[in-house]
Design a protein around this ligand. Structure first.
Ligand SMILES: [Zn+2]
Length: 172
């Protein structure tokens, strides 16, 4: 059984076919505190996004301009530091992800990263660069990430908690 709280506050519960109702109900009851916490988080993020207002086309133009200067610099810095090669860097406005790495070594980054504290951008850069060595999220992959960027766990947690606000600001 699994449970998920979506950005629109929908609660999605997945139960294997044939599970007795009482077991599903128990599961939901057990997860009540977690659900409440997730709903509060979604609510807080949308309030914060509302208070900051949506990003205008001009805002996004400026953000992209900055990102196309800053992100390649950070990629080059960490690539050199770790001795990792890469192909091309693409910077786009994306609505659901922060970065990705393709099999042919191209790196994609979300321009919104430049609105965040600099160490958050760095943590995403290091994550994608390490996919050049490990195309998965194995222990070996994370060992490599932590070796290059010891503060990774804290930054990743920050991104998980606060990243949604940035996506909300481009939803309009
Ligand atoms: Zn990854």
């Amino acid at each position: 059984m699994s449970i998920q709280v979506a950005d629109d506050k929908k609660i999605i519960i997945k139960v294997p076919l044939g599970t007795p109702t009482f077991l599903a109900e128990n599961f939901i009851r057990e997860k009540k505190d977690w659900i409440t916490k997730q709903l509060e988080k979604v609510e807080k993020q949308s309030e914060l996004a509302d208070s900051m207002g949506p990003l205008t086309d001009e805002d996004i133009r400026q953000i992209k301009k900055k990102a196309r200067v800053v992100i390649p610099q950070r990629v080059e810095y960490y690539a050199k530091l770790a001795g990792i090669s890469y192909n091309k860097i693409f910077i786009r406005l994306q609505k659901s992800r922060w970065g990705s790495c393709s099999v042919d070594g191209n790196l994609n980054f979300n321009c919104l990263l430049v609105l965040m504290p600099p160490e958050i951008l760095d943590s995403v850069v290091v994550h994608e660069l390490c996919h050049r060595r490990h195309m998965n999220h194995s222990k070996e992959f994370y060992d490599e990430v932590l070796r290059i960027f010891p503060d990774y766990k804290r930054c990743n947690k920050w991104l998980k908690q606060n990243g949604g606000v940035y996506f909300k600001r481009i939803e309009k």
